[in-house]
Design a protein around this ligand. Structure first.
Ligand code: FAD
Length: 416
């Protein structure tokens, strides 16, 4: 059996592991990435938010990604019957990126992985982590490679970016139930031959079918569009209990007055995939010699496309802290990592919960629009959830509830 030595081992070549790998390699660290599958592989998480651009930049990935000509995402549209609310990231309150991309993740993750390999990073596909043993901060990871050979990798630090593989949460019993109500989704890609010209055709949209049920429409520059239905697990189960996922998604599209004409009869590119009870949480986000990043730590909900952003934020921060630790500096993982990540997670958790109570939807569709309120919510939707200058970040736990309450009172007064 072979044993390799690296400074940092990264499990998983999704966005979280990739930004960590790119950053560490640029700092001169000997890093290895092990990835269970062979890319391209289908994965969900196609609507990015602007904050991720900071991480791709720091990881040295921007030139390679820019060359791919992905569809630019400058905002998002939320449709509710006749009502429409569009957020334009250039009008957001916080400083930072005004745009990002909407990407077919199979291609995107492959482009990222190719670039990491071009940089000289040792990225091994079809290599699955089977076990990990810790001796202080040192770890020995057992891997089964594509030929079925078992080998060991010793590392001074391990970043678990294994997504729903949840390598360390499973091995160390770190899973915890999510605070969010159980929701599920079904999605596929469609060759979008009825796509309208201009922004109408390319704008990312969320069509609210019921307060807790919505359809996503994410057009790609390759002419395909991702279409998915999200709702409480009981709703998705009813939709799909006696039917294939294809019939279930077809029936869901038929519920959308806005999109039935565009997608109603078009064939699905792949059998729609169902993701049941997708929210995940962990008891702890780090331990001696390791950190959990991206979906291996926490995943909330797709409604505001926060998943990849948290994956890259936690991947990048873990990489920076692990680097400092390797260089002999003291790192307070509780404060500098767990507390920091939990602050951002708490903000998005509030927005997601208030979305599903309907309170946030009251703010979105209140007329006349308040540009000041909108710009502050827009900054949150762009992923700038650590900007304490933004009262919609600082007082997230109260501000939406209070404003929705005032709107309801106003409506009641108008009806009297
Ligand atoms: P992943 O991208 O899942 O990568 C993890 C990698 O680890 C995988 O390639 C896997 O093969 C590998 N791996 C697993 N186990 C092992 C092992 N034992 N050994 C080696 N490698 C292993 N996010 C958004 O930002 N925008 C969206 O529009 C969006 N929509 C979503 C819709 C739904 C229904 C769901 C459920 C999620 C959505 N997300 C979205 C979330 C997004 O998919 C994830 O947050 C994001 O992909 C997490 O990135 P990651 O790098 O942590 O994990």
């Amino acid at each position: 059996m072979t044993t390799e030595n690296v400074e940092i081992l990264i499990v998983g070549a999704g966005p979280s592991g990739s930004v960590a790998a790119g950053y560490l390699h640029r700092q001169g660290i000997k890093v290895k990435v092990v990835e269970k599958t062979k890319f391209p592989r289908i994965v969900v998480g196609e609507s990015l938010i602007p904050r991720v651009m900071d991480h791709f930049e720091e990881a040295g990935l921007m030139p390679a990604l820019q060359a791919q000509n992905y569809e630019q995402k400058w905002g998002a549209r939320f449709i509710r019957g006749e009502e429409v609310c569009i957020f334009d990231f250039s009008e957001k309150f916080s400083k930072g990126w005004d745009w990002t991309w909407q990407v077919p993740r199979a291609d995107f993750d492959l482009a990222v992985a190719d670039e990491l390999i071009n940089m000289g990073i040792d990225l091994e596909f079809e290599s699955e982590v089977m076990a990990v043993e810790f001796d202080g901060t040192q770890s020995t990871t057992t891997i089964r490679d594509k030929d079925g050979q078992i080998k060991k990798v010793q590392a001074q630090f391990l970043i678990d970016a294994s997504g729903y593989g949840r390598v360390l949460p499973r091995l160390l019993n770190l899973d915890e139930p999510s605070r969010l109500n159980p929701h599920s989704a079904i999605f596929t890609h469609i060759k979008d031959i009825n796509r309208p010209e201009g922004r109408e055709g390319t704008l990312i949209s969320f069509d609210i079918l019921e307060t807790q049920v919505w359809l996503w429409v994410i057009p790609f520059s390759n002419g395909n569009t991702s279409v998915g239905i999200v709702g409480p697990t009981v709703f998705i189960e009813q939709l799909s209990s006696d039917a294939s996922t294809a019939t279930a998604l077809r029936n869901a599209i038929a519920l959308s007055d806005y999109y039935i004409q565009r997608f109603g009869t078009l064939p699905f590119i792949f059998e729609p995939i169902k993701l049941s009870n997708y929210s995940k949480a962990v008891k702890q986000m780090y331990g001696q010699g390791y950190s959990l990043t991206g979906n291996s730590s926490e995943f909330l909900d797709p409604v505001f496309s926060s998943g990849v952003c948290f994956a890259t934020e936690s991947g990048m921060l873990s990489a920076k802290l692990a680097l400092r630790q390797l260089r002999g500096e003291a790192v307070d993982w509780e404060v500098e990592y767990a507390d920091y990540m939990k602050e951002g997670i708490a903000v998005f958790t509030t927005y997601i919960q208030e979305w599903y109570t309907g309170n946030l939807q009251e703010l979105f569709y209140h007329k006349p629009e308040n540009p000041d309120v909108k710009s502050k919510i827009c900054a949150v939707l762009a992923g700038y959830v650590w900007d304490k200058e933004n009262p919609f970040v600082l007082k997230h736990d109260k501000v939406i509830k209070n404003m929705a309450h005032l709107i309801k009172l106003e409506k009641e007064n108008q009806e009297k």
